[in-house]
Design a protein around this ligand. Sequence first.
Ligand code: GDP
Ligand code: MG
Length: 139
Amino acid sequence: MTTNRTFTMIKPDAVANGHIGAIINDITAAGFKIIALKYTQLTPETAGKFYEVHKERPFYADLVSFMSSGPIVAAILEKDNAIEDFRTLIGATNPAEAAEGTIRNKYAKSIDANAVHGSDSNENAAIEGDFFFTAAERF
Ligand code: GDP
Ligand code: MG
């Protein structure tokens, strides 16, 4: 199990608002190396599968609908302490509570359209990276 990688998505709101470049810049400036990168769009089916862990939560249908509403950028990132450092870089789930200077503080407007995803564990980072990328797509 790798312990120095995380998985992220730049969500449809941040893509639609023109923040791909700024967010990737923040990520690399914070010391993360890009291992894999893809511009794509989830379908309701693939978004539903990706977020299956949340299927009992009241916002699941809204989340699946939102995450399949437009293109996203998916990436595998590498850095020492990647999971925790990336969660710090993106800030709290609710952008209203995200610390000053965090990606969600700067680019997100609401708790659902919150600009970026970040894995919450090494195990989930591996599962989520495998969801989007083959071995040949990682560098
Ligand atoms: P994260 O790990 O910080 O992304 O947060 P969670 O894993 O708890 O939730 C996953 C995603 O579901 C969040 O990033 C939001 O996009 C969405 N979400 C979380 N809470 C809510 C909510 O109360 N309402 C809605 N509509 N979406 C939510
Ligand atoms: Mg989460």
